[in-house]
Design a protein around this ligand. Structure first.
Ligand SMILES: [Ca+2]
Length: 338
């Protein structure tokens, strides 16, 4: 009996120690994801405006407008569920991004290349004007199992396998002007993002993702499958400052305030709850969603920028941010001063 009691005490102390030394929490905000399960197999997913292709890369919907360029949704092969996108020769699947200039982002997906076929994908760094684009990088997969990534005026080879699902990830940190390409979780190449694909200087910006059939000098034919595409903001929540679990919900005043263009907002969650943190203008219009997910107890910090992501060049003025977590609701005021 004594031993049991002793063990119980010991485990209690251990749990206390664990809770007081919980590691810093990092988190990400999913800006866009698609597992392609909501589309009809056989339908075309993209809708490229070929007349204004450099102006409006307005694709990723199910209204086909170009029979040759747009890839098909298929149920013959998938990473998740039953559907994926079948990208064939000269197809493009394009994901517009609203020209981010600040923040750290991840673009990832799974790819499957049948034996002896080719594939490629790339990321546009910048639009200088409607008709001038700059490639941030391109990854290619040639028919001998050799991959190659070009970025920053240099590159790196890597090997890949046929007939299996493989993970691709590009991480671009616009704050640090750095880029990293990961294949199957391994870092293949890192470079200065604004050096663009061939080492030319370009704007510090993240734009369209272009996922291609062989539109690159690769041996034909190109044919591959793509599933579980995701665009994430990685630097929205930077961690726990206080290792103890908060005893109550709290929403702190943003810092700096007034701000231009970036400010930080801290909040505390005392028990696991669905947390929503949104920014509104004085008319009550929703400007941005900073958090919208279940969070465990802890202290979090999120950044808000007046000109990145879905937010475009907000005017100077008063804005409000509102935290909702369970029954807890609090709103605070912040001032953008340009
Ligand atoms: Ca799927």
């Amino acid at each position: 009996m004594f031993t049991k009691f002793f063990l119980l005490c010991l485990s209690f102390v251990f749990i206390l120690l664990l809770s007081s030394f919980s590691p810093a929490q990092t988190d990400s905000l999913v800006l866009f994801s698609d597992d392609f399960e909501s589309y009809t197999a056989g339908g075309q997913i993209a809708c490229q405006d070929t007349i204004h292709i450099n102006v409006n890369w307005n694709t990723w919907n199910s209204i086909p407008c170009d029979l040759t360029e747009d890839p098909y949704v298929t149920n013959t092969n998938s990473y998740s569920g039953t559907n994926s996108v079948w990208i064939q020769q000269d197809n493009d699947l394009v994901k517009p991004i609203p020209n981010y200039t600040y923040g750290k982002y991840s673009i990832s997906f799974y790819m499957y290349i049948p034996t002896d076929y080719t594939a490629s994908w790339g990321q546009l760094a910048a639009f200088y004007n409607p008709d001038s684009t700059e490639w941030g990088f391109v990854a290619k997969f040639d028919p001998s199992g050799n991959g190659y990534i070009n970025g920053g005026g240099s590159g790196a080879p890597f090997s890949f396998s046929y007939d299996m699902w493989m993970h691709n990830e590009l991480i671009v940190d616009l704050n640090k002007d750095s880029a990293e390409y990961y294949f199957e979780g391994s870092l293949i190449h890192s470079w200065q993002w604004t050096l663009a694909i061939w080492g030319d200087t370009c704007a510090r910006q993240l734009s369209v993702t272009d996922i291609m059939g062989s539109d690159w000098p690769l041996p034909d034919p190109s044919q591959w499958y793509l599933d579980d595409f995701m665009l994430e903001r990685l630097d929205t929540i930077v961690g726990v400052k206080d290792f103890s679990v908060p005893t109550e919900f709290a929403l702190e005043q943003n810092y700096p305030n007034p701000f231009n263009p970036v400010t930080s907002i801290q909040y505390a969650v005392s028990s696991r709850q669905f947390v929503s943190l949104k920014v509104y203008d004085v008319l009550g219009n929703e400007i941005a969603t900073l958090v919208s997910e279940e969070k465990s107890a802890g202290t979090y910090e999120v950044t808000f920028s007046s000109h990145s992501g879905e937010v475009r060049n907000l005017p100077s003025g008063i804005y409000f941010y509102r935290l909702k977590a369970g029954n807890f609701v609090e709103t605070k005021k912040m001032i953008l001063l340009k």
